[in-house]
Design a protein around this ligand. Structure first.
Ligand SMILES: Nc1ncnc2c1ncn2[C@@H]1O[C@H](COP(=O)(O)OP(=O)(O)OP(=O)(O)O)[C@@H](O)[C@H]1O
Length: 263
C-alpha cells in the first residue's frame, strides 16, 4: 500500500492570516481519506494547495513521490489529481455523456485545429473519448441516463455525474469537495455507498465533508484541522475520542460536537 498523496509542513498564508499552518499528512493507495474541521479551519485552502490552485507559502506536496508543489493545476491534473468542487459544475443543458466527455477530453492531445478540420487525430480522440466516457458512465451506474439532459436529473444523480466526469481520466486520486452538500439524508446514504463502491474498485479518494456521519462511516483515515493547524490524524475511532477534536467542535458552537457523538 504505497503513498499516493503526501504533504510536508504545508503552510498557506493570505497576508497576515495563516489559513493553513504546517500541515503534514499521507494518503495511501486504496484509502478514503477525510478532512474535517469547524468552519474556517482551512480545509478548502489545504485542498486548493493539494490540487495546485494555490501554491504553498511553505512546505511541499508530493503525488506518488513526485514533488508537485510548484506545478500548475493543469499539469497536476494530468499527473493524476482530479477534483470536484463544492458547488455543482455541470453543464445543465448538455447530456450526461457530453458532460463526462468534457472530463475525458482533458487527457487527449487534439486541439482546435484538429477539431475544425476533423483530422485523423481528432477522429481517433473522439472515438476514444466516447468509448471511455461510456465505460465510465457504466461504472458509475449511470448508463440509463447517458442521453438525458444533466439539468433534468435529481440532485443526487447530478452529483454522481460530476464525480463520473472527474473519474473519466483515471486519476491516481480523486478529490471531492463536500460531496454531500445540499443533499437529503437518503441521497447522502446513496452517495456514501457510491463512494465506497468506487473505493472497493481501487479508487483512492480524498474528501472534505461536513456531514460527520458520512465521514465516520466511510473514511479509513481522517485529518482534523482547526485554525489552520492539524489537531488529529487517525481512524474514525481515534478521531471521535480525541479530546482536542471534541473541544474544537463544541467550542465552535456548531452542531458538530453533537453530531460527532452520534456519528
Ligand atoms: N483567498 C483568500 N484570501 C484571504 N483569506 C482567505 C482566502 N481563502 C480563505 N481565506 C481565509 O482562510 C481561512 C480558512 O478558510 P477555508 O475556506 O480554507 O476554511 P474551511 O475550513 O474550508 O471553511 P468552511 O468549512 O467554512 O468551508 C478563513 O479565515 C478564510 O477567511
Amino acid at each position: 500500500m504505497g503513498e499516493v498523496l503526501r504533504t510536508e509542513g504545508v503552510c498557506r498564508y493570505f497576508g497576515g492570516l495563516k489559513a493553513v499552518e504546517n500541515v503534514s499528512m499521507t494518503v495511501n493507495s486504496g484509502q478514503i481519506f477525510g478532512i474535517i474541521g469547524p468552519n474556517g479551519a482551512g480545509k478548502t485552502t489545504f485542498f486548493n494547495v493539494c490540487s495546485g490552485i494555490y501554491k504553498p507559502t511553505k512546505g511541499r506536496v508530493y503525488l506518488c513521490g513526485r514533488d508537485i508543489s510548484n506545478m500548475r493545476p493543469e499539469t497536476i491534473s494530468r499527473l493524476g489529481i482530479t477534483r470536484t468542487f463544492q458547488s455543482m459544475q455541470l453543464f445543465k443543458f448538455m447530456t450526461v455523456l457530453e458532460n463526462v466527455k468534457i472530463g475525458c477530453h482533458k487527457g487527449t492531445k487534439s486541439g482546435i485545429f484538429d477539431a475544425i478540420f476533423h483530422t485523423g487525430r481528432y477522429k481517433r480522440d473522439e472515438e476514444y473519448v466516447t468509448r471511455k466516457s461510456l465505460e465510465t458512465i457504466e461504472k458509475a451506474g449511470l448508463t440509463k441516463y447517458a442521453y438525458t439532459m444533466a439539468g433534468s436529473l435529481p440532485y443526487g444523480i447530478q452529483r454522481r455525474v460530476e464525480i463520473a466526469r472527474a473519474l473519466a481520466t483515471d486519476p491516481e486520486i480523486l478529490l471531492l469537495d463536500e460531496p454531500a452538500a445540499g443533499m437529503n439524508p437518503m441521497e447522502t446514504v446513496d452517495l456514501r455507498k457510491f463512494v465506497q463502491e468506487l473505493n472497493r474498485n481501487g479508487q483512492t479518494i480524498l474528501l472534505i465533508e461536513h456531514d460527520m456521519k458520512f465521514v465516520m462511516n466511510c473514511c479509513h483515515n481522517i485529518l482534523v484541522l482547526n485554525f489552520g493547524k492539524k489537531i488529529c490524524e487517525g481512524t474514525p475511532e481515534v478521531v471521535k475520542k480525541d479530546p482536542e477534536v471534541q473541544a474544537a467542535y463544541f467550542g465552535s458552537g456548531m452542531i458538530g460536537g453533537e453530531v460527532l457523538n452520534h456519528a
